[in-house]
Design a protein around this ligand. Sequence first.
Ligand code: ZN
Length: 482
Amino acid sequence: MSAYEPVIGVEIHVQLSTRTKMFCGCELSFGDPPNTHTCPVCLAHPGVLPVVNEEAVRRALLIGVALGCEVAPRSIFHRKNYFYPDLPKAYQISQFDIPICGRGEFIAIRDDGSEIRVGITRAHLEEDAAKLTHAGGRRVGAAGSVVDFNRGGTPLVEIVTEPDLRSASDAAVFLRQLRQTLLFLGVSDCSMEEGSMRADANVSIRPVGADQFGTKTELKNMNSFRFLERGIDAEIARQTAILGSGGQVTQETVHFEPETGAITSLRSKEESHDYRYFPEPDLVPLAPDPSWVAELRAGLPELPLPLRRRMVDEMGLTTEDAEVLTDSPALVAYFMEVAAAVDPKAAANWIRGELRAQLREAGQDPWESTVTPARMAALVGLVESGAVSVPAAKEVLAEVISSGTEPADVVEAKGLGQISDEDELAAIVAEIVAANPVQAQQLRDGKDKVIGFFVGKAMAQTGGRADPQAVQRLVRAAVLGQ
Ligand SMILES: [Zn+2]
């Protein structure tokens, strides 16, 4: 056990997937040729004026309402001043002391079912900077850099948490589940790879039992949950080594190199007063109509956390099943349709296991595949009724995927129906037992695992059509006289 306790808070930038930018009418684009979605406003020509995107405000409110935040009756925009080539105005329009969404809370659930309660400090609206690309990939030592203003002015919501997290793995669980919630709200596509969701972590450590926080560092821009978890762990280890040798942690921004696992210092951390925040004189305050906010609250979709609870408590799924199946709204819809027709636990096992495994090879998601929910339910139903064995059903599934045929028709055409005739099975079992006296003796000697050997033989001989449970029973009867 370490003598230190980590204290972690995160800042998440979410690009809203609105049609147009935050303060101008340029369309959002990802992957279009550089500098094809720009105008005098987002290029900061003299004399232009910003206009707030109403849809971006709606989505920010939706996030706030879903996170239980207090919605400010009147919030204002500020200018955050700094010079960088990706910021043509030399300031970013953001929010400072009166964000649109104030304090809230998010509850994430660990695999063991325990809760991680994370206070939300605020969620505010701002605009994204343009995209800089450095020749050679590195900022330092690059031969040159180019800037693409397509991204400049994209609406962002920045969500800031309280320093309530105590481990890197909790931080990863929290972020994954927060991401799911945002996906369910339909506000962003939340792709960490493409940068539409970016996370920074504030990390400090303190002696176990201490009340005071230690000096924190800011771990920048990690583009996957795995890197985030590894990065936080590496930073905790670095700080632990510093304090352990009598040193002091410096407040700074650090970067995690996934390839080497090393932490490098980027720059000393700015304080907020360094940015010379001042109220944006070109924009009026945001004062959302309370009835609009109430309408958004009433119209919230069923969010992942309550949904997962319902799946576990009412549908008999495990916590892990529920987490996997709430990965996206499309997957939830797919599962729910199958689960309405068959045993939900069986539906969960098939969708999580075999269906995903087989579709992975085809690079498809369940809802885009030829395995419609009705076909998936039909297949699960065939297994549950004993009409096909599990191995045969896997074969049927492969055929449904490749040809889009109905499961029952595949069973019929391929003769995959389970052998339910006990006499026929008993004859096959007797033959196998007679041909394998060594294994039969092992079973008599109490080596129960060898039963799997006989089941395997029976499956091979029947092309997967034998009922494994019946085979086990018949083998015991034949060998042990049970
Ligand atoms: Zn523009």
